[in-house]
Design a protein around this ligand. Structure first.
Ligand code: BES
Ligand code: ZN
Ligand code: MN
Length: 518
């Protein structure tokens, strides 16, 4: 665990064991503090020479540590390079996130009890000081996450440190924002960061420990905590509601599937309603169209969308936005068995549409079809977002750093892309229009679930399938199959689950009433 706090003291006045010092190329400071001068004066008179000698000159990604003695205690200076900072604001904001993460990771590795960092003005990244402080709090939690549940060799207690955020020139910057607003920003960051790690933990748990029942009970626990209405049902009720997609995927497993609905109602009058739908395939074997060895490992992460939605509901319960939010997650295990759905089977979804199952491995769209229908039928949301590890193809289209956004609503896509830039939870739009409908035309049913290979574009075809189950709401589909787990190169997401989409959805929900005004 890490706790992030705001400090009102001037940077060097903080009695901490470590100081994170971001430096630009050629050792230019990023914040207005006298960082190098102070170290030169009190610890290392030839600091710049020393840094250069050790090949540290503030290049992006570089790190270097020096230790000094302050009164009776050892202190460490954790230098992190941010490069020239001449790119666009969102790229440099991401550079800064990673530099700060590198500092925090060094503090963790060196087992420092507490570290401080002087923040630059948020305006250099096009955001407010408070937003920057919030984001740094979120980042600190993300950076130190580790999945250690099954490591029996616990040599030492897990690191529990404190990060002090020192806003630059506290007396000058943003006079308008009060101390309590600043503290609140950091508190919000702590809430979001801790929640992201909770979702990552759920996703990292393998399917023999994380079943539909376990995740449903986590959702119920969150509902009780915040006083949400929770609806949880299994096979029998799903059959009764004619959720043919959910039932077909659920049929093959010994573990009964659970359909979970959490309802957050704002006290604000006449507020709009957002529905968040998250794919919750606890493990995706592919079903009767069994995945090959190369494709099956990592399929414990196929519930990352559901974990994101449940976690966002937990965040909402704490932040209480002025908008109604419904979180819906179909939780199933896609298994082959004598009871499993077969290729060629035809099922009827909740809205009466028939689907030819050409491939039991295209199961995400089958469970989401009923989820989207359910959301519209019972809640009439103004906006629906679904989040799903839906297609391997999105990894080819966008790689690991961008979540795929598909919608016919340009304003919605633009808003999501902008929020991705601001929060670091990046997304990029893929096109979606009626030309792709031909890819799921079936000879025997209304549509089929596989997508004709003649059309390629598997990610867009998946979104096109889902569009058959949305009638009135504004809707966007987020494909996180590339971003949800095992993302290389980003130091603050590490191994395993990344918590993709949580920062994005949180930003969407928290700013929704603002957006609606525009
Ligand atoms: N869960 C997978 C998608 C996936 C693949 C997620 C790789 C993460 C990494 C999904 O259910 C799936 O199997 N999709 C198929 C769809 C196809 C059969 C139309 C795919 O991507 O191959
Ligand atoms: Zn899947
Ligand atoms: Mn699949």
């Amino acid at each position: 665990m890490i706790s992030v706090k705001l400090t009102q003291q001037a940077f060097w006045q903080n009695n901490v064991e470590g100081y994170v010092i971001p430096l630009k190329k050629d050792l230019a400071p990023l914040s207005t503090e006298n960082l190098l001068e102070h170290i030169e004066e009190h610890y290392y008179p030839h600091l710049k020479e020393l840094l250069k000698k050790h090949q540290f000159d503030g290049e992006k990604g570089q790190t270097f540590t020096l230790t000094g003695k302050k009164a009776d205690t050892l202190v460490q200076f954790l230098f992190v390079g941010v490069g020239t900072m001449l790119g666009s604001w969102h790229q440099e904001l991401e550079t800064f996130r990673r530099a700060v993460a590198a500092g925090i990771l060094m503090a963790k590795k060196n087992y420092l009890n507490d570290v401080a960092i002087a923040l630059p003005a948020g305006s250099i990244f096009n955001i407010s000081d408070n937003e920057l402080a919030k984001q740094m709090a979120i980042l600190a939690h993300m950076a130190i996450y580790e999945f250690t549940t099954f490591k029996t060799d616990k040599k030492r207690a897990p690191w529990a440190g404190t990060l002090f955020l020192c806003p630059a020139h506290p007396e000058l910057v943003e006079r308008a924002s009060s101390q309590s607003e600043k503290e609140r920003a950091v508190e919000v960051g702590n809430i979001i960061g801790a929640a992201i790690n909770q979702a990552r933990h759920w996703a990292d748990l393998p399917a023999n420990h994380m079943t539909p029942t376990v995740l449903a009970s986590e959702a119920e626990r969150i509902a009780i905590k915040h006083g949400f209405k929770a609806t949880v049902f299994g096979r029998e009720k799903a059959l009764e509601l004619q959720m043919g997609g959910f039932c077909a995927v659920d049929a093959g497993s010994e573990q009964e599937g659970k359909f979970v609905v959490l309802e957050y109602k704002t006290k604000a009058p006449n507020a709009p309603t957002i529905a968040l739908c998250g794919k919750g395939v606890i493990f995706d074997t592919g079903g009767i169209n069994l995945k090959p060895t190369s494709g099956i490992s990592g399929m414990k992460f196929d519930m990352s969308g559901a974990a994101a939605v449940i976690t966002v509901m937990d965040i909402i319960g704490q932040l209480k936005p002025n908008v109604n939010v419904i979180g819906l997650t179909p939780l199933v295990e896609n298994m082959p068995s004598g009871k499993a759905a077969r290729p060629d089977d035809v099922i009827t979804c909740m809205n009466g549409k028939t689907v030819e199952i050409q491939n039991t491995d295209a199961e995400g769209r089958l469970i989401l079809s009923d989820t989207l229908c359910y959301a519209e039928k019972y809640f009439k949301p103004d906006v629906m977002l679904d989040i799903a590890t839906l297609t391997g193809a999105v990894q080819h289209a966008l790689g690991h750093f961008y979540t795929g956004v598909m919608t016919k609503d340009d304003a919605l896509a633009d808003a999501l892309i902008a929020m991705g830039r601001k929060t670091g939870d990046r997304s990029w739009q893929l096109p979606m229009d009626d030309d792709f409908k031909g890819a799921i035309r079936s000879d025997v049913a209304d549509i089929h679930n596989n997508g004709s290979s003649a059309y390629f574009a598997g990610t867009i075809v998946g979104a096109t399938f889902l569009s058959n189950f949305v009638e009135k709401a504004r809707w966007a589909h987020l494909d996180i199959a590339g971003t949800a787990h095992d993302v290389p190169a980003i130091n603050y997401v590490g191994k395993g689950s990344t918590g993709a989409g949580i920062r994005l959805l949180t930003e969407f929900v928290m700013t929704f009433t603002e957006q609606a005004k525009n």
